[in-house]
Design a protein around this ligand. Structure first.
Ligand code: FE
Length: 186
């Protein structure tokens, strides 16, 4: 046997040893993970997963062209251009059915009929959102006044404004555009 085949055998032996080490390392890592799961009192796959909650990583982002294709002109004007529908013209200000109001852009549940009240303004009004984290607010200094703009936290669609002259228990009035919402009867 010449030195070349010796060198080959050495490298093959090294390869086998490296594989053995890799298997031991992997085995240890899996063992540690299993022990951690047991320690934390949960298995890798929970038997009953909690209801899927919306979170920041599920944000909906689309180009203006995509929104325009998906929405009606009025929905686009309100949701994407921060427009305001004329009072008493939308289909939802006088809606008294029980159900859920969703974002007309992305479908996220935003308001419940349980929190709707007669504001007399001609816009659907609520004293609280269904889930605080489903909406976001921003200071709006347009039209020579300081107002708080409200938008959908998932798609950023403009919904309306929130004022501090609402009824109990919150004292808030979420003044929304019908065009920004879709209603789902219970
Ligand atoms: Fe949305």
């Amino acid at each position: 046997m010449d030195w070349k085949s010796d060198a080959k055998r050495v490298s093959i032996d090294e390869l086998h040893m490296n594989f053995a080490l890799l298997r031991i390392t992997l085995g240890l890592a899996m063992g540690v993970a299993a022990a951690q799961s047991a320690f934390l009192g949960r298995s890798a796959e929970p038997a009953s997963a909690p209801a899927k909650e919306w979170n920041m990583k599920d944000k909906v982002t689309k180009t203006p062209e995509e929104w325009q294709k998906q929405l009606t002109p009025e929905q686009f004007r309100v949701l994407r251009k921060k427009g305001t529908e004329r009072a008493f013209t939308g289909p939802l200000w006088n809606n008294h059915e029980a159900g859920v109001y969703r974002c007309a852009g992305c479908g996220l549940e935003l308001f419940s009929s349980e929190h709707k009240f007669e504001s007399g303004t001609g816009w659907p009004s609520f004293y609280q959102p269904l889930q605080p984290k489903h909406i976001a607010t921003q200071e709006d200094n347009s039209l020579f006044s300081r107002r708080t703009e409200v938008h959908c936290a998932r798609c950023g669609g403009h919904l309306g404004h929130v004022f501090e002259d609402g009824p109990k228990p919150t004292g808030l009035r979420y003044c929304m555009n019908s065009a920004a919402l879709t209603f789902q009867k219970k």
